[in-house]
Design a protein around this ligand. Structure first.
Ligand SMILES: C[S@@+](CC[C@H](N)C(=O)[O-])C[C@H]1O[C@@H](n2cnc3c(N)ncnc32)[C@H](O)[C@@H]1O
Length: 207
């Protein structure tokens, strides 16, 4: 039985997080529907309102069961989406949805090796799990095209605790801030998150 309390306080180290999402994978989509998870849809709306990007190739980090990939395909049906995640069982589910061109079991803090560079890299609902921002941003910088975009969401409570604005300032020499959303609901129908814990959507662009 998944312990949803730890979603707020943190699941733990990499192997605990992997196990947690492996165990949850089969019920993940149904649970998030119940909690009215809107980060994927809202992130795409934010992207479309902020840029006139028509991405051909996207890397969806921490893609999980493919909820963001599914929304991407609705808006950009011809796009090629590559995905990665540490949870093998979640990857298996996203693979079954046939929306990803290529899927890898990989930590987003490890360098991903692709021959191509991406128009857009995403990290939706998952910045919570980042332990080493330098490594994550290194991975992004290596794999993003010049003028390409990085879109992610981050919890407002963690943003304040981590002094996340300083982390964004530190990467500003390679990734400039295009827009940061106001705080928006994350999991409004989950009793621990409700309207208490919100997220921001952030769009960065490579110089
Ligand atoms: C809340 S889910 C979000 C999944 C998907 N992006 C979505 O919007 O539904 C968090 C995901 O992050 C993945 N994850 C956590 N830490 C990770 C890491 N270091 N590298 C790659 N994936 C990670 C988990 O396995 C899980 O699939």
């Amino acid at each position: 039985m998944t312990n949803f309390k730890s979603l707020v306080s943190g699941v733990g180290n990499l192997s605990k997080t992997t196990k947690y999402y492996d165990e949850w994978s089969e019920n993940y989509d149904a649970t998030l529907k119940l909690w009215n998870y809107q980060a994927p849809k809202k992130s795409i709306r934010f992207l479309k309102e902020t840029t006139n990007i028509k991405p051909k190739i996207i890397l969806d980090l921490a893609c999980g069961t493919g909820l963001f990939g599914t929304e991407l395909k609705k808006v950009y049906p011809k796009v090629h989406i590559y995905g990665s995640d540490i949870s093998k069982k979640s990857i298996k589910i996203s693979s079954g949805k046939k929306i990803y061109k290529k899927l890898q079991i990989k930590n987003f803090e490890q360098l991903h090796h692709y021959k191509i560079k991406f128009d857009l890299i995403s990290l939706i609902g998952s910045m919570t799990y980042c332990k080493n921002f330098d490594k994550l941003f290194l991975n992004i910088n290596k794999n993003i095209k010049e003028n390409g975009f990085f879109i992610f969401t981050h919890r407002v409570d963690l943003w304040e605790k981590q002094n996340f604005s300083n982390i964004l300032k530190a990467v500003n020499n390679s990734l400039k801030i295009i827009k940061i959303s106001r705080p928006i609901n994350y999991l409004p129908l989950n009793k621990d998150f409700k309207k208490k814990i919100k997220i921001r959507i952030v769009l960065l662009q490579k110089y």
